[in-house]
Write a protein that binds this ligand. Structure first.
Ligand code: UDP
Length: 329
């Protein structure tokens, strides 16, 4: 396959790039390197089947040119991470809304298949245990900036739906639940790399709020093959699929597990939401997927547990730290 990956230098995108190159596909990466990093592709750069373009998904000419040559587009580029959305709400909205329209339009024009990455965030404050793809969205006020990410992604889904129902686009939608692994940075908010970094540095782990809120964490190595299987499965076209792990853990328990698994001497501190994210911040208390649709179609059934995930993130973080130490002399 000839594949275009938007956001291919990001956390999930770079793992997908390696996965596809390893099985012999030709991969073109488009990334503006806002949150993605060239370092993430250091292993992939040895492969002549990789072509890298630094640029924005808002550049319609560039996107059209790159998509013209592709059999499949994976649209992963987005402004993401709670801190990114809160710091640049307008820029984030433009990227997530207008950028997706540009990519969808280019895929329609080139008549290739496309997978559009959406998010579990669109379920908002719905705390049902086992959120099915048809579950209702429970959103806070549109004036609370946090929700603008979910709103943009929900409109991306609607746009995708319109493009495929009215304009013949072959598109798969996936809603990614918390996905974790090497190369994910804690800089933009993500809790696992933050806790692991804090534990390795012997600093206190910063649990926001009571810590009773729960999340479910899937390892990127189990999510990436599912993306490929879905885009290749004829019965997945026109579908929408949750992808994630269904085992929930509270953030307090996550912090304790990180400390235990890494044998760290760090303490846990509780930081009020207002202090972490500013006044009026709303969090979700729970977010547990029902992935039966993906399980039935492609056998998606992640097994890697949170202890393994923590070890895997810590191993990668230690390597990065020793690289930095070597470079620093
Ligand atoms: N969180 C935390 N400490 C941190 C970073 C995040 O307690 O240093 C919490 C955050 O408030 C949320 C959960 O961990 O309740 C997951 O946050 P993340 O940003 O990783 O993902 P999302 O909120 O999008 O699920």
């Amino acid at each position: 396959m000839k594949v275009l990956i938007t956001g291919g230098a990001g956390f999930i995108g770079s793992h997908l790039t390696e996965y596809l190159l390893d099985r012999g596909d030709a991969v073109t990466v488009l990334d503006d390197l806002s949150t993605g990093q060239l370092d993430n592709l250091s292993r992939a750069f040895d492969n002549p089947a990789l072509s890298f373009h630094q640029g924005s998904i808002l550049d319609a000419d560039l996107v059209r040119r790159l998509a013209a040559d592709a059999d499949v587009v994976f649209h992963l580029a987005a402004a993401l991470g709670v801190y990114t959305i809160l710091e640049d709400p307008l820029g984030s909205l433009k990227t997530n809304l207008v950028g997706t329209e540009v990519v969808l339009d280019a895929a329609r024009e080139s008549q290739c298949r496309i997978l559009v990455a959406s998010t579990s965030e669109i379920y908002g404050k719905n705390t049902t245990i086992g959120l099915h793809e048809d579950a209702d969205r429970v959103m806070g006020s549109p004036l609370k900036t946090r929700w603008s990410y979910a709103e943009a992604k929900a409109l991306d889904e609607t746009l995708t739906h319109i493009f495929r129902e009215w304009h013949g686009l072959r598109a798969v939608l996936v809603r990614l639940f918390n996905t974790v692994g090497p190369r994910q940075t804690g800089r933009y908010g993500m809790v696992v790399p933050r806790f692991v970094g804090q534990a390795l540095a012997g600093e206190p782990l910063t649990v926001h709020g009571s810590g009773e809120q729960t999340r479910c964490f899937a390892h990127v190595a189990e999510v990436v093959p599912a993306l490929v299987r879905l885009v290749e499965h004829p019965a997945a076209q026109h579908g929408i699929f949750n992808l994630g792990n269904s085992r929930q853990i509270s953030i307090e328990q996550l912090a304790r597990t990180v400390i235990e698994v890494l044998g760290s001497t760090s303490d846990i501190v509780h930081v009020p939401y207002e202090e972490a994210y500013g006044p009026g911040y709303e969090d979700m208390q729970r977010r547990v997927p029902d992935c039966s649709r993906a399980r039935e179609l492609i056998g998606f059934s992640p097994t890697l547990d949170v202890e393994y995930i923590i070890q895997s993130v810590a191993t990668a973080a230690r390597t990065e730290r020793s690289d930095v130490a070597v470079l620093a002399g």
